[in-house]
Design a protein around this ligand. Structure first.
Ligand code: HDD
Length: 707
């Protein structure tokens, strides 16, 4: 139960936190309202105007206080990120386990176990605008800024280990195709439209990535339950100037879990901020999300030993060939104090690496290294690196000067190199200066990609084969949903044809659903190969825990208070959160005390929350309360919907009848007597009578499976 976290010292007072504190100004009641230039304001409600007792006259341009307020407001918005516009961030810290990575890299952030490196992480969706919903089907961004003592290192990754395209030159087309269509700006935060599937069908290199996005990975239950991947191939350089190729992996302690599709769709309307709130709720309750940082390493001599190109971002390095080696861990322990200066103004660049970490010739990474810096100039201005959230914790000294919104003051007459004072001089690699790896390169200048870059379906098939049956059925449903939203026959016919390169059954099932091209024979043989780490089930069952899971307790007047208190205590000790949902937000009387008024105050009522917002449902006993629950259509819907979304449901005594009434599933095993205690294969836990001793066990039984 998050035991690892206890060992992990919370470093709220790290160097970056101290740095940001210097910029933090608390508003207090004591000091009065002032202008931006510090003059106290006497009237903030009335524009200066000519008026008399009867008539309001014209407003005066002279009112510098009124003008300042409107000017500031008029310019509050900056361009949102062209992609990954919607995000949520948090602060934390990273530490390596030991110096095992020293054989590959000289970067102290990856090798010095005595160091704690402050980090800032921003999670995001890709397609939607800043105000779109969290739960939509999409790739999730997973960008980590390490504030190292040698400068900032940005690992700008996703929750999916591959990408849609191999070459950065295609990126604008990909983004144009997935974003809302240009003529009507529809749809928002969705890839389910003609342009995206048109593009995907004509770009078979995206096939592998499409399999991932259409799988349950595209609808994660929480940012805290996602893997993160650097995706591109980077390099590590050691003290002897030897280089290896590397891929970065981030594996969550809580396992990898997803919504079911119907849940995600509904949540987009019912609670569009679900992931953002979930992240803050967990951090504030002390359950700091944690990931292990692992690396896959390929020696230079083995670069060409695989049947895929290791610099191709549409390919994984299968873990059975190249194992992931855990080297450290990071956790998020502090929420942002204000969204805009931190989560909105944070800016990542793949080109920001520190000595000991380098790039590869991965053609996608090469283009990214140009694009990120460039986009920050549009978004934040040329001095974006001076913004508090972006500036490093180590000294910055150079001859860059001026530009819009320059903050730093650099006294002295020297702003160039070389200079007579030797100020701001380059530093040798031995003293920490960044040196590019001396790579030998030969070639012909041409627009071309290597032979292995031409193969697009092997790993798409490997991914599909590796899914469990229910994951496959979710994938089919997702593809059918998306193609079903395309009304141009060339689009859905084209994509269903392409699917037959991956798997015949997959292509046939989807094509039959969406009126696509139903194949009569496979285009390619399915070799049946699998890779266990590609299925979410691989990560879900390692350390089952209900920590941070949200449990709704449904009650009405006459509920059994003893049971509710005992279950809440058991949930609390397991670090889960429970919420009382009743017929009204207010006091609900407990069994036998309806007259005297004892009871519990409900956090919410049946209408203002929905089952989609919780991981499990619990209904205590009590004849009167169960009677009123059973005749409440909304409660019946709560139970049915939770069951349909594979949530764990617990019921005691009379409440068992409420489940029977709502679900009407004859084969569902429920307790039939006072001594009966049944855990059904559907994840429904029922008991005839409440037994305090077994409460803790029940709680553990509702640990979520690989949903
Ligand atoms: Fe990108 C943002 C991840 C390919 C160009 N990207 C952005 C963010 C993430 C990624 C997580 C949000 C960062 C934040 O929270 O501020 N991008 C990826 C991954 C890729 C990838 C994992 C494939 C391996 N990206 C990619 C390419 C290009 C870009 C090929 C351009 C050639 N990405 C951008 C961008 C963004 C961006 C336009 C928009 C906002 C920003 O950079 O800061 O420059």
């Amino acid at each position: 139960m998050l035991s690892g976290l206890k060992k992990h010292v919370v470093s709220k007072d790290n160097n970056k936190a101290k740095d940001l504190r210097g910029e933090t100004e608390y508003m207090t009641g004591a000091s009065g309202l002032t202008t931006d230039f510090g003059v106290k304001i006497a009237d903030d409600d009335n524009w200066l105007r000519l008026s008399n007792a009867e008539d309001i006259g014209p407003s005066l341009l002279e009112d510098h206080i009124g003008r300042e307020k409107i000017h500031r407001f008029d310019h509050e918005r900056i361009p949102e990120r062209v992609i990954h516009a919607r995000g949520a961030g948090a602060h934390g810290h990273f530490r390596v386990f030991d110096n095992r990575a020293a054989k590959w890299t000289s970067a102290p952030v990856l090798t010095d176990p005595a160091r704690t490196t402050p980090i800032f992480v921003r999670f995001s969706t890709v397609q939607g605008s800043r105000g779109s919903a969290d739960s939509v089907r999409d790739v999730r961004g997973f960008a980590v800024k390490f504030y190292t003592e040698e400068g900032n290192w940005d690992l700008v990754g996703n929750d999916i280990p591959v990408f849609f395209i191999q070459d950065a030159i295609k990126f604008p087309d990909l983004v144009h195709a997935v974003k809302p269509e240009p003529h009507n700006e529809v749809p928002q935060a969705q890839s389910a439209h003609n342009n995206f599937w048109d593009y995907a069908g004509l770009q078979p290199e995206s096939a592998h990535m499409i399999m991932w996005v259409m799988s349950d990975r595209g609808i994660p239950r929480s940012y805290r339950m996602m893997q993160g991947f650097g995706v591109n191939t980077y390099t590590l350089i050691n003290a002897e100037n030897k280089r290896v190729f590397v891929k970065f992996h981030m594996t969550p302690e809580l396992g990898v879990h997803s919504f079911v599709w119907d849940e995600a769709l509904k949540l987009a309307g019912q609670d569009p901020d679900f992931h953002r709130k979930d992240l803050n709720e967990a951090i504030e309750s002390g359950c700091h999300p944690k990931w292990t940082l692992g690396i896959q390493v390929i020696e230079e001599k083995d670069e060409h030993s695989f049947d895929f190109d290791i610099l191709d971002a549409t390919k994984i390095w299968p873990e059975s060939l190249v194992p992931v080696q855990p080297i450290g861990e990071f956790c998020l322990d502090r929420v942002v104090e204000e969204y805009f200066p931190q989560t909105e103004q944070v800016a990542f660049c793949t080109s920001h690496v520190v000595p000991g970490i380098g790039f590869s010739d991965d053609p996608l990474l090469q283009g990214r290294n140009f694009s990120y810096f460039d986009t920050q100039i549009t978004r934040l201005g040329i001095n974006w690196q001076e913004l508090p959230i972006n500036r490093p914790i180590c000294p910055v000294m150079n001859h860059h000067r001026d530009g819009s919104s320059r903050h730093r003051i650099t006294p002295g007459s020297i702003n160039y190199w070389p200079n007579r004072e030797n100020i701001g001089h380059p530093v040798s690699p031995l003293q920490g200066g960044y040196a590019e790896f001396n790579q030998r390169v030969e070639g012909i200048k041409q627009r071309a990609r290597g032979a292995k870059f031409q193969e697009h379906y092997n790993q798409a098939q490997l991914f599909y084969n590796s899914l469990s049956d229910y994951e496959k059925s979710h994938l089919v449903a997702a593809l059918s949903f998306e193609l079903g939203h395309c009304d141009d026959h060339r689009v859905y016919e084209g994509y269903t044809k392409l699917l037959n390169n991956i798997d015949f059954d997959l292509a046939k099932t989807v094509a039959e659903k969406v009126n696509g091209v139903v194949p009569n024979k496979p285009l390619r043989v399915n070799d049946g190969k699998t890779e266990s780490t590609l299925s979410q089930t691989h990560f879900a069952s390692k350390k089952p825990t209900i920590a941070t899971r949200r449990v709704a307790i449904l009650i009405a007047d006459g509920f059994n208070m003893v049971e509710v208190e005992a279950v809440r205590a058991a949930l609390k000790s397991a670090k889960a959160t429970s919420w009382i949902i009743g017929p009204r937000r207010g006091k609900i009387s407990s069994k036998g005390t309806i007259v005297s008024g004892a009871g519990i105050v409900a956090d919410h009522y049946f209408e203002d929350q929905r089952s989609t917002m919780f991981d499990a449902l619990y209904i205590p006993s009590g004849p009167e309360h169960v009677k009123s629950l059973m005749v409440n259509g909304r409660v019946v819907h709560w139970i049915r919907e939770a069951f349909g979304h594979c949530k764990v449901i617990g019921a005691i005594g009379e409440a068992v009848a409420a489940l029977n009434h709502a679900l009407e599933i004859p084969e569902l095993q429920l307790s039939k007597s006072e001594t009966d205690h049944v855990v059904s294969s559907y994840g429904v836990v029922t008991a005839g009578k409440y037994d305090v001793a077994s409460a803790a066990v029940d709680v553990l039984k509702i640990a979520p499976g690989p949903k």
